[in-house]
Design a protein around this ligand. Structure first.
Ligand code: BDR
Ligand code: CA
Length: 319
């Protein structure tokens, strides 16, 4: 039976890729999109989520609007140099005809998980504010979710928003620390693996040649995003596959190598947003900050070739 999934998202070029990958995967049943600030403000994230579902002909899937700001202060603002002014590579999409549901994202997440105990996989691919708010609203979701598979963090490698921190965690470190400490089955699909997954211009030529309207949309929005990666990483061609890697984990966890570590998120100073796994000391020396924290399933290795073949195969003809 297909796995029921809620995607919490800030679309976002790679969010669009991840949502379309999920919609084209028979193993998955996307039962809702919830929106959050990050790549764009939450209002635009909501507009984009509705637009993406219209392109996919899936307006049956509800969109619930989430938090406008992080738990501990105002949102620092979007990243148009990465995702475009519209969050969709400056594609100038028409306004959506559909509307979000009246229920806020956190309440939607709680209601869905509690109505189907053990069945719902939560896939946050933006800052973790809505997920922390859902835990506050109903802590029992921790025992009733199937699993949480999130894109974010950097355990053993540098960040991308700052030298220390990955963008999703950096946007709300307090929320992330709550999510990693909630004692539910969490898998972190962070930069440790997503920086090993490089989609190249040749892959996007295949998207452009595909008759699938979802592939066509991706081919249209990717150039602005790709230009950012190529400016930021001299010598690179194409993009790193961030958000879709979380979808790939849900479909096929054997693509990844994982370790289990208690994990804390730095909330102070210039390392704000850094995810710190409990490694480097013996158990008897473990500082109090990490003691009594549950293990997080952290992805540390990936079969990038197989992951890219899986994703591109869902939206394009075989190479
Ligand atoms: C994450 O930040 C955003 O720019 C992407 O959508 C992804 O979720 C990568 O660090
Ligand atoms: Ca995202």
């Amino acid at each position: 039976m297909a796995q029921k999934m809620i995607i919490d998202t800030d679309p976002g070029v790679d969010d669009a890729m991840a949502i379309f990958f999920a919609l084209r995967s028979p193993e998955l049943d996307v039962i809702g999109l919830t929106t959050v600030f990050g790549n764009v403000h939450t209002d635009l994230a909501t507009t984009n989520a509705l637009r993406l579902l219209e392109i996919a002909g899936r307006t049956d899937i509800p969109v619930a609007k989430g938090a406008d700001d992080p738990l501990a202060g105002p949102f620092k603002g979007p990243v148009p140099f990465v995702h475009g002014d519209d969050g969709q590579g400056n594609a100038n999409l028409p306004a959506p005809r559909s509307r979000p549901i009246d229920q806020p994202a956190a309440a939607f997440i709680v209601e869905q998980i509690m109505a189907a105990p053990g069945e719902i996989t939560l896939v946050p691919i933006g800052p973790l504010t809505n997920i922390a708010l859902a835990l506050r609203l109903e802590p029992r979701i921790a025992q009733n979710v199937k699993q949480v598979v999130l894109m974010g963090g950097n355990a053993l490698c540098p960040g991308n928003a700052t030298p220390a921190a990955e963008a999703n965690i950096h946007n709300d470190p307090e929320a992330a620390d709550i999510v990693f400490g909630a004692g539910w089955p969490v898998t972190m699909v962070g930069l440790d693996v997503t920086h090993q997954v490089n989609m190249t211009p040749e892959h996007f030529e295949r998207y452009a040649a595909s008759p699938d309207p979802l592939a066509q949309h991706i081919a249209r929005i990717v150039p602005h995003y790709r230009a950012y990666f190529e400016r930021a990483n001299p010598g690179m061609r194409g993009i790193y596959v961030h958000d879709s890697s979380a979808i790939a984990y849900v479909i096929d966890p054997t693509l990844f190598e994982t370790r289990q570590w208690p994990l804390r998120v730095e909330t102070q100073g210039f390392s704000r947003g850094k995810t710190w796994p409990a490694i480097g000391t013996g158990a008897e020396q473990l500082p109090a900050a990490w003691r009594n924290r549950p293990p997080v399933n952290v992805c540390v290795g990936v079969d990038a070739k197989r992951l890219i073949a899986l994703e591109t195969g869902r939206l394009t003809q075989p190479a």
